[in-house]
Design a protein around this ligand. Structure first.
Ligand SMILES: [Zn+2]
Length: 387
């Protein structure tokens, strides 16, 4: 009933009964429980009713509850809190240093302290869940970061390291990789556009501090699909990669490699990788020959990746994040056979490759959206019902 109400935004009991397929009496009883638990409330600005008839509309409430998300990226992190309606209550960027050999204990403490500080500031709301997001792959136990080479992490029990420093969350502490979640957030943003409601299959590719991807299939995250595109072999017997393979995608098109080729090593050292990539985009626009050559080579490799992903997953649209957003037009120079398979609604062929719009912290937004839907779908199991 809550997920239906979330989709409708507001609705009368009869309408909810129709949409859910439940009996009117069941909806009446459920509504009473949900009202008592402040998970729904009557809509304030109801249209005037005929005398003697009062058709009350309901909407999601839950303003006394919040969901916390904490996303860790290379050299940056953020803690975000949403209430049960999806409204952002709080956002705090946390200074964090993550060299390639970042000590997991130190990073976990920084993140846990950031979450604790946010919890202190969120007065009058009870935290339900904590979603941790990292730039890397997650093991099947959903608690361990199996591989995050940008941080130098292999098999780090990150969820436990953070959770052990914080009070318990009634709906748990969860861990996920950033690629799939960013893909979901970008997908949800696209689907909310006019004429896009039926969009279901999206390939998300980004390059910022590394190379990441996510696949949305039939409206859902395709778990474990292409979580480490940077380590697909593209050059047989190529350069040795730190993952142990030879000729991985990152050996030819990692942002560190691109920045170096563009002659931006000093900028990278002094101002960090994100600033060096911004400078790359600026110099390409200004016609700098080294920057242009470096970008052209990167685009060459990314086109191959997009083309291969297109064959594997048949997306309707491709969303390009990080600095790739600036090169959407160049990346769309794909073979005609590929372009003919891409498209949804009015966005066909080349127009089906679009820049990402949610920025570096899209993933935490995706995590909170999915957590909210999960909690709404099973309020009793989620600890939302106390009465
Ligand atoms: Zn590799």
């Amino acid at each position: 009933m809550l997920t239906t109400l979330d989709r409708l935004r507001r609705g009368a009991r009869a309408e909810i009964a129709l949409e859910t397929g439940l009996a009117r009496s069941a909806i009446t009883n459920l509504s009473a429980v949900l009202l008592e638990n402040r998970l729904v409330r009557p809509v304030a600005d109801q249209p005037p009713q005929r005398v003697g008839r009062r058709i009350e509309q309901l909407e999601i409430d839950g303003r006394h509850l919040c969901l916390i998300g904490a996303q860790l990226e290379v050299d940056q992190a953020v803690v975000v809190a949403h209430d049960l309606t999806g409204r952002e209550l709080h956002r705090d960027e946390i200074p964090v240093r993550t060299p390639r050999d970042a000590d997991p204990e130190t990073v976990a403490k920084t993140i846990a302290d950031g979450v604790a500080a946010s919890l202190d500031r969120l007065t009058g709301v009870s935290p339900l869940s904590l979603d941790l997001v990292v730039p890397g792959g997650i093991a099947r136990d959903a608690a361990t970061v199996s591989c995050a080479l940008d941080l130098g992490w292999i098999d780090v029990p990150y969820r436990t390291l953070v959770a052990a420093r914080l009070p318990a969350f009634p709906a748990g502490v969860h861990l996920a990789g950033d690629g799939s979640l960013a893909a979901y957030a970008e997908f949800a943003a696209l689907r909310a556009e006019p004429g896009m409601a039926g969009l279901s299959d999206v390939f998300f590719l980004k390059s910022a501090t590394g190379v990441g991807a996510g696949v949305i299939s039939e409206g859902q995250i395709l778990r474990s699909a292409l979580h480490a595109p940077g380590h697909m072999i593209v050059v047989p017997d190529g350069e040795q990669c730190e993952c142990g393979r030879r000729g991985c995608f990152v050996t030819v098109a990692d942002p560190e490699v691109v920045v170096r080729r563009a002659g931006l090593t000093d900028v990278r050292r002094e101002r960090g990788l994100p600033m060096a990539l911004d400078e790359l985009v600026r110099r390409v626009r200004d016609g700098d020959p080294a920057a242009r050559a470096a970008a052209e080579e990167a685009v060459f490799w990314f086109r191959i990746l997009i083309d291969n992903a297109n064959l594997m997953y048949e997306p309707q649209m491709v969303v390009l994040g990080g600095y790739l957003a600036a090169f959407a037009a160049e990346l769309a120079d794909l073979p005609e056979t590929t372009l003919s398979t891409l498209g949804y609604g009015s966005r066909q062929g080349r127009d089906a490759l679009v820049p990402a719009r949610l920025g570096a912290f899209a993933a935490v937004q995706g995590a909170l959206t999915l957590r909210r839907l999960e909690l709404l779908s099973a309020p009793a199991r989620s600890g939302l019902l106390s009465a």
